[in-house]
Design a protein around this ligand. Structure first.
Ligand code: CP3
Length: 342
């Protein structure tokens, strides 16, 4: 597949490039007035996620408005629990809530088999098909999923949490049952992501948003090994792993069979570079709150960050862009990267 702009893919493969590519996690979302306008006409977030033409439209909005180097398919990590039979509601100003949660081995056995999950995610694959057609090879397309631990955390906890103490308690009380659920999620996720690749995803990013609540030994046992499983199954495309707030694990993340490691904004790129395998590409990691500063400061901070990384860098924030970020700040960030030359 050849793209009018293939900078992102060349950089993700570790090739020498003329400048770092740039995109933002959560670029398709509430920072864009055209997203907010479309969203206001709908019954809710899930209608947008489950309607392929609309999901494709918002996927392409940031490519049109911001001229970023890659699109990310509009969806959510929570489509996996739903496909396994655990439904969620997206509650306005609260976040995701699961009316039923996983408490026991019987609850896990009552879920659908992992291999049936992709059959319940047709709407995502349709959204990829429409997006690929409408993008018309302008830029590549990222597919994504939650890492198994992060999905487990939502399925056991029932929603977001500061501590995820219910989810973490299951790891201590019943490690065997925990592994049963993690493995089921990992198998469903791998099957789902392979199908995304078949429908045109050029790179896969795994979001381990709640990596940071686990102590290192638990991170290794209950998260990393399942991330590795998924990476091993996705050998046809580059993979990016984002273990938010798990900088202690960088040496191990840096040995995964993946191409790109996303850093959170607390990470020091120079230190991170010394901790991961030398062929890894690093993605990140401007503080999302930096984009609320005056434009000249955003420009200076972005240039300074690019300097700190050196080559093998994809520019992004250290987490998803916050919904109330001034659009001019976002544009200052993107345009600074686009004007840069190594
Ligand atoms: O542009 C993109 O990055 C693609 C779309 C995308 C969404 N969610 C859309 C979305 C991606 C990659 C995600 C991933 C996701 N979803 C993560 C991992 C990344 C991270 O933030 O750590 C997590 C933890 C979720 C779960 C989730 N989805 C939460 C906690 C929430 C509520 C918080 C919020 O921002 O409102 C969502 C909803 C959600 N997912 C929105 C968007 C654009 C807000 C939707 C709206 O109300 O219009």
């Amino acid at each position: 597949m050849s793209y009018a702009n293939d900078l992102f893919l060349r950089a993700a493969r570790g090739e020498q490039v003329e400048r770092p590519p740039v995109w933002l996690m959560r670029q398709a979302g509430r920072i864009l007035p055209q997203y907010r306008a479309l969203r206001a006409k709908l019954s809710g977030f899930k209608e947008l996620v489950s309607t392929p033409d609309l999901a494709a439209e918002v996927t392409i909005q940031p490519v049109d408005e911001l001229d970023v180097d890659v699109a990310i398919i509009f969806s959510d990590i929570l489509v996996i629990p739903e496909a396994l039979g655990l439904d969620y509601n997206m509650v306005e100003k609260v976040g995701p809530r699961f009316p039923k949660t996983i408490k026991s081995k019987a609850d896990i056995e009552a879920l659908r088999p992992a291999e049936d999950a992709p059959g319940h995610l047709r709407y995502v694959f349709d959204a990829l098909d429409v997006t690929k057609r409408e993008l018309n090879n302008r830029v590549p397309l990222i597919g994504f999923a939650g890492a198994p631990w992060t999905i487990f955390a939502y399925m056991v906890e029932g929603g977001g949490s500061k501590t995820f103490s219910k989810a973490r308690a299951m790891l201590y009380r019943d490690p065997a049952t925990s592994h049963l659920l993690l493995e089921k999620i990992a198998r469903a996720t791998a099957a789902y992501l392979k199908e995304k690749v078949r429908h045109g995803a050029d790179l896969i990013q795994l979001f381990d948003s709640w990596a940071g609540v686990l102590p290192p030994a638990h991170y290794r046992e209950f998260s990393l090994r399942y991330i590795r499983m998924i990476c091993e199954e996705l050998s046809e495309v580059p993979v990016t792993v984002f273990a938010k707030d798990a900088r202690h694990a960088l040496p191990e993340l840096g040995q995964l069979p993946c191409q790109v490691i996303q850093l959170d904004w607390i990470a020091d790129p120079v230190l991170a570079r010394s901790q991961v395998q030398s062929d890894k590409v690093l993605q990140g990691n401007l503080d999302p709150v930096q984009l609320y500063a005056p434009e000249e400061e955003i420009i200076a901070a972005t240039k300074k960050m690019i300097g700190a990384y050196g080559d093998r860098h994809i520019v992004n924030l250290g987490h998803g862009v916050y919904p109330d970020t001034p659009l001019d700040g976002v544009k200052a960030f993107v345009n600074t990267v686009k004007a840069h030359r190594y």
